[in-house]
Write a protein of this length. Structure first.
Length: 137
């Protein structure tokens, strides 16, 4: 859905003001490329997080499957420490995902604001036909 809105926006921009759209097409890559890079990095972090959760699940399965052995060797504290260490890694990965997501959002927002500012300052005189307007004093 988002790609459809993006493409239709580019089509409407080209239809209504083709010169401005022609200038903005190369700059759109500066919005798309970081989004793709972040998307791949986010997939990488989610795979790592899923792997850590799988390790924690395996540890709990083994501990609960052989609860009598764990209890007889008094290994409850060690299993709890291992489980906590594994879950701490997933917490760090989750925090990393959130922080980097907001960094990308800030980058995109500032880039869109800069593009709007450049367009409004540089191309307004070029794009609007004020030749026929007379200013009365």
């Amino acid at each position: 859905m988002h790609s459809t809105v993006f493409v239709s926006g580019l089509v409407f921009a080209t239809y209504f003001c083709w010169r401005l759209a022609l200038v903005s097409f190369p700059l759109v890559l500066l919005l798309i490329i970081p989004g793709l890079i972040y998307g791949k990095y986010l997939l990488y972090l989610s795979r790592q997080s899923r792997h850590e959760y799988a390790k924690a699940n395996s540890l709990v399965e083994q501990a609960l499957g052989s609860i009598k052995t764990v209890y007889s060797f008094t290994a409850e504290k060690r299993i709890i420490q291992n489980y906590t260490a594994i879950l701490d890694k997933t917490i760090k990965l989750g925090i990393k995902q959130v922080v980097e997501g907001y960094m990308l959002l800030g980058f995109h927002s500032s880039w869109v604001a800069c593009m709007f500012l450049v367009y409004s300052l540089c191309f307004t005189d070029f794009m609007t036909p004020f030749d026929h307007v007379e200013i009365e004093a």
